[in-house]
Design a protein around this ligand. Structure first.
Ligand code: SAM
Length: 229
C-alpha cells in the first residue's frame, strides 16, 4: 500500500485483543510520518507488538482536541502523512477525532478511513435480537440531561446501543429497567479479552446476573427497541 502525503488516516485499533487489527492498519501505522494518539503508553504497546518503527507521537486528548489542530495542520502542509488512533476501537466513536477531522477537511486536506473494530459493532455481530435498525447512543450524560435522554431513547422504535463503565453499570441497568421496562438486552463485558462475557436475556435478568458475577471491565449494551424486530 502506498501511503499518501498530506493525508490524515483514521485508523481502527483493537478493543482488547491485540490481534484484532487489519493488515492495512498496521501498514499505515508503519508508514505514517506521525501518529496522533490518546495515551502514548497504550499506543506504544501496539507499536511494539507490530514492530512499528519509532516515530513522533502527538498526544490528542478528549476536551483538548483544539490543542492538536495547529501541529496536525502544519505536518499536513509540509507534506507529512498522519495516522490518528484512539486507545481502543474506532476514533471518533465515543472517542476524540471528530473535531480534528472537521478542521482538517476545512483546511482542504484528505481524510481516509482505515476501518477496524468497535465495541458497538462487535456486540451487534453476536446479537440474538434483530437489529436491522439501531441507534448508537454511546455514553449517557452523567448528570444534566440524563433523564431527558433516557425518556427520549426509551420511546424509540429501534434498539439502542450504550457504552458504560464498570463503576456505573448497576446504576445504569436500574435506570434502564425504570425507563425502558424489562426489555430484551444483549450485554457484552470485556469483549475480545480474557474475561469476555456475553449476557443475553432481560434487563431484570442482567441485574440479577451481575449481582452474582464480576462487574469489572468495560461494557457495551444493546437494549431492544419499543417496536423494532
Ligand atoms: N472508540 C471505541 C469504539 O470504537 O468502540 C469506544 C471508546 S469509549 C472511550 C470506551 C467504551 O467503549 C468503554 O467504556 C466501553 O463502554 C466500550 N468498550 C470498549 N472496549 C470494550 C470491550 N472490549 N468490551 C466491551 N465494551 C467496550
Amino acid at each position: 500500500m502506498e501511503i499518501k502525503p498530506s493525508t490524515l488516516y483514521i485508523v481502527g485499533t483493537p478493543i482488547g485483543n491485540l490481534e484484532d487489527i487489519s493488515y492495512r492498519a498496521v501498514q499505515v501505522l508503519k508508514d505514517a510520518d506521525v501518529i496522533v494518539c490518546e495515551d502514548t503508553r497504550v499506543t506504544g504497546i501496539l507499536m511494539a507488538r507490530y514492530e512499528i518503527p519509532k516515530k513522533p507521537l502527538l498526544p490528542h486528548y478528549k476536551n483538548r482536541e483544539a490543542d492538536t489542530i495547529g501541529p496536525v495542520l502544519k505536518h499536513l502542509q509540509e507534506g507529512r502523512s498522519i495516522a490518528l488512533v484512539s486507545d481502543a476501537g474506532t476514533p471518533g466513536i465515543s472517542d476524540p477525532g471528530c473535531f480534528l477531522v472537521s478542521e482538517v477537511v476545512r483546511a482542504g486536506f484528505t481524510v481516509e478511513p482505515i476501518p477496524g473494530p468497535s465495541a458497538a459493532t462487535a456486540l451487534l455481530s453476536v446479537s440474538h435480537i434483530p437489529n436491522t435498525h439501531f441507534y448508537f447512543e454511546g455514553f449517557l450524560p452523567h448528570k444534566k440531561g440524563r433523564q431527558t435522554r433516557l425518556k427520549f431513547l426509551a420511546d424509540m422504535d429501534c434498539g439502542v446501543v450504550f457504552y458504560e463503565s464498570t463503576h456505573r453499570i448497576m446504576k445504569f441497568l436500574a435506570e434502564i429497567l425504570e425507563y425502558f421496562g424489562d426489555r430484551k438486552i444483549l450485554l457484552g463485558r470485556e469483549l475480545t479479552k480474557l474475561h469476555e462475557t456475553v449476557f443475553r436475556g432481560t434487563v431484570s435478568g442482567a441485574i440479577a446476573f451481575f449481582e452474582e458475577h464480576s462487574q469489572k471491565g468495560e461494557f457495551v449494551i444493546y437494549i431492544h427497541g419499543k417496536i423494532d424486530s
